[in-house]
Design a protein around this ligand. Sequence first.
Ligand code: ZN
Length: 77
Amino acid sequence: MKMFTYRKKICKFCENKKMEIDYKTPSMLRRFVTEQGKILPRRITGTCSLHQRGLVTAIKRARNIALLAYTNDVKNA
Ligand SMILES: [Zn+2]
C-alpha cells in the first residue's frame, strides 16, 4: 500500500483523448513549461512517459519557430 496514492496524477493526454499535443498550440504547451520557459518534469505534471516525450518534441519545435520562449538558463541552451 502506498501512502501517497492521493498524489497520483493522471496523464492529461491519456485522460482526454481529444487533447492533442500540437506544437502549433503554444497556449496548451505553456501549461507544461515554467515561467522561465523550462519544461516541467513528469512528476509535476503527471504526464506519462509516452506523452511527455511527444510534449518535449512539440515544445522544442514551438521554440524553433518562436512560438515559445527559450529558457533563460544558459546551461540548458
Ligand atoms: Zn499519456
